[in-house]
Ligand binder design. Structure first.
Ligand SMILES: [Cu+2]
Length: 176
């Protein structure tokens, strides 16, 4: 199961749980209760929730920070300069080696574009913004050789959908 699917399922579960809470509150509200005991309970639940967040959420957050795509140390990165135009991509290089860091330096010649890299199965593996006047650096290690596609992720006009180009990831090491 991909990370996107896991996130989508977790979001769905959270939405259902929240809906159940709202529904329960709606039903309880019709019965009418004394305010004081309800308030006491609510404060207790809030305190428990707070400590659950601290004790569970904090370690998870710290654990997730192990892997930060923006701090990947590229010793000798393969560099691709990418520029977005209405409506095409210009890459100064379209072939890189798998297993070694690739640094994308992404900008735009006109309007904002979204630089999204998709693997051969059509799954988004990395993305950044292509903005006029800025060079956004994105480092990614392609683990699997194959033909990857770059698509525009931000609607930029009439032929936005045609902003597709290809990056070929080869096995072994290519220098440059
Ligand atoms: Cu676009």
């Amino acid at each position: 199961m991909s990370i996107q699917t896991v996130c989508a399922l977790l979001t769905l579960v959270a939405i259902l749980a929240l809906s159940a809470v709202v529904l329960r509150v709606r039903i309880l509200a019709q019965e009418g209760h004394d305010y004081a005991p309800v308030q006491g309970n609510a404060y207790r639940i809030r305190a428990i929730g707070f400590w659950i967040l601290v004790l569970v959420g904090l370690p998870i957050s710290i654990w997730l920070f192990r892997e930060n795509p923006y701090t990947v140390q590229a010793t000798a990165p393969q560099v691709i300069n990418a520029t977005g135009y209405q409506w095409y991509w210009d890459l100064d290089r379209s072939e890189v080696a798998a297993g070694a860091p690739v640094e994308f330096r992404v900008t735009s010649a006109d309007v904002n574009h979204g630089f999204g890299i998709y693997d051969p199965t059509g799954e988004l593996v990395a993305q950044t913004q292509a903005m006029p006047g800025y060079i956004n650096r994105l480092t990614h290690v392609f683990e699997t050789p194959g033909n990857y596609q770059v698509l525009c992720l931000e609607y930029c006009g009439l032929v936005h959908h045609a902003m597709i180009t290809e990056i070929v990831v080869t096995e072994g090491t290519t220098n440059g």
